[in-house]
Design a protein. Sequence first.
Length: 596
Amino acid sequence: MFSSLKFVASRVAVRFGNYFQGSATKMGSSFSRSYAPNSCGNRGISESSGTGTISRMDSTSNYVESVVCSENDLKDNEMKVFEVGESGKVLLIKQKGEFSAVGTKCTHYGAPLVSGALGDGRVRCPWHGACFNIKTGDIEDFPGFDSLPCYQVTVSEKGEVKVRAKISDLKSNKRIKDIGGAAAVCEGASVVIVGGGPSGATCAETLRSEGYQGRITVVSKEPYLPYDRTKVSKIGAISNIENLQARSQEYYQNAKIDILRNIDATKVEPQEKLVHLSDGTKLRYSALYLATGSQPRKPDIPGINLQNIFTVRDYDDNKNILNTIGENKDKDVVVLGLSFIGLETASSCNEKAKSMTVVGKDFAPLGQIFGREIGQSLTKLYEEKGVKFQFETTISKCIGENGMIKSVELDNGTTLPADILILGVGTTFYTNFLRDSGIELLPNGAVNVNDRLETNIKNIYAGGDIANAPVFAHNNKPMSIGHIGLSQYHGRIAALNILRKDIQLKTVPYFWTTVFGKSIRYTGCGKAASTLVDGDVDSLKFVIFFFDESDKVIAVASCMRDPVVSQFAEFLYQGKTLHRKDLKPDDLYAWTKNIN
């Protein structure tokens, strides 16, 4: 159709919603042609006079368009935010001579993407590592559920860059991927997803948005729709479950995704392709995705079953702790655990408690991860807020009165008052129901999977916490890693492979925590032999490079130094390596120029 027209990549690039729009411009003439989705969701053609003009087949009252800059205002591999009229802002990106325009903020917690890491064809959030395709706006790595809106861009012969955007997209800055293919569910094909957490929810959404028309059933042991678990350890940060839920009941109904709540899977029969449920029913599947997650570990010590002893895993845990601690600041609180969950819980509970003491076997908060220097700075931060620590010890006994906990005895002989005890000492896997299934499990209950997340039994996949899966950033060594971003990524990859798209895992672990206003991020994997710290450790503004025995950088952590962790995550994702010798004393971050 357009064989007589000359395409110029650096001159014309059009992106719009879920559609890729080809735009042809005959240079030196007054003719232009644009593609845009019509009201039925199909592609329609409109023509207009004047080079660089844009189709106006949609109601102009719903859209805004304006020249935002000159094409020379952006260098290649550069991002900038521009106003589109008075209606909102877009993130304009120039890469390989071509322009794209997407939403300005990460759809997870609203981080400014212009401050993130621009990779090859995608932009990574500077706060939590979510990734978005710059040509479509689709979310490709996580956390989060929504994609970015994507806007139409044209470049005139004069070099004027014009953006056309739907006003509602500019205001919302979010886009839910189209699930129109779910209009008619085909009989015979059925995917059963065991696990109603972020991994299972992402798997179900990806199946639908990629056009799967079979039946989708999600089995969830919780009474709620899938929700954001990252706030569970922030006591007091949750107003109600509706604000946490990823999607509404209406969404799942329209997508024809059945969510079975308050039900456990009790058995899997691969030969019969059946999943047995706790209510006595059986589900037949053509493909099965296991994403049951983990359960908090309770230490086997006297008194551990007294009242007002809590774990921190789900929404109900959060509300129970909040209700018990109350508003009178009259409760002595003890937290067991010096890792992310324990520290986040202590930070968020501190102002609500009469006293707060954190107990753990480590020599400092997050000491095994970040080392002694950073651990000491975190200790100082907490102690300045009134938090006390008991290091290199643990609880040996819980002492109660009338069935309620009143104090705890420690291995070091100390006794602490404790009206509330919060446990943050690791997890075990929800996989006991698989013991007789023939699915290969490790002794700890983790499920062995390949680099497509398929188990040893065809058409059965596993992901999230329970998956012992290859980690790309760690030479594809299989590991079980419990984190929401990775679990959602597993859900997406599992769905694509259920659809026979043959997508290999490229896992780059990305962790974060925020305590007392200080945000710490970490990406990479492996046990460090040595470290290099850049910045002011005492004020918790630093970057740490972690090296293995060969002096290769295996991980990077930072506090208040964004976006270096996201930059290194993208560096690892591209299969690149960094060594100590590459970190020049006068420019430790020269490598960041090689990630796009």
